[in-house]
Design a protein around this ligand. Sequence first.
Ligand code: RIB
Ligand code: CA
Length: 293
Amino acid sequence: MTIIIDTDPGIDDAIAILYALRHPAMDVAAITTVAGNIGLSVTTRNAGRICALAGSDTPVHSGAAAPLGVKARPETGIHGNDGLGGVDFPEPTQAPRSTDAVAAMEALLEAHPPRTIDLHCLGPLTNLALLLQRAPKAAARIRRVIAMGGAVDEPGNVGPKSEFNIAHDPHAAAEVLAAGLDFTLIPLDATRQFRADKIYIAELRASGHTPAIASAALIDAYFAATNGAESRPLHDPCVPLLAQNPQHFRIVTRDLAVELNTGALVPGPHRIKVAMGLDAPALRAELLRGLCA
Ligand code: RIB
Ligand code: CA
């Protein structure tokens, strides 16, 4: 399956990307970056650094530098000022292919047969909303979108019911939910069940494989951003893991909307697929396997 990864790397984004780049069943045609966890120049540089560590020449296209309708609120408290928790990644081996992620998405979608590209969204949905506005015919050629974001029954992480990706750009999220795409959301309700502890970090490190060792260092940095946590949730890796291992997720349909003032998911008219549970041991084993492949 050909995929485009839209991302704000980002500690957990980086692990998701390393897994996707190595997976034989996923051809990552492009990585498009968006401002989110950190500013656009840093997320874009980090996408290049992640590709350099993976030995990948996947093109990187930078996208939206700010949300559609609200002021940006980065999350450097978790991801650090460099966006990767200070973990030692190489410098990019290639410059970004372009500074117009939306045009790149449109070109890829037009160049491939309809319904042959999946979009994996790991950050705020600004780029996808802009694609829907600027190139609706191209957007209609997307097979499916899998996005990490939102909180359905779980509390939020940036507000009582607000999760970072949706709340960072609620206007974009609202447009995406209303677009009628084949859309699967993986909210905190599921991703908080997918946790890494110190034992898992040691398993990754003991593998001797560079992407797994880098992921161990990223999760260690994740721990450093919190005091005393026994484990840390791996939000974004759930996206490529669901794409390739749907049997390990419990997916339901929900009728939702986005509350624009807070970015909270509320009952509404848009019927979407929502992952509400997962088999964490099976997915941890699969992530370890994939990072060592
Ligand atoms: O709420 C978790 C999401 O926000 C993840 O995508 C993480 O990278 C941050 O962007
Ligand atoms: Ca992210």
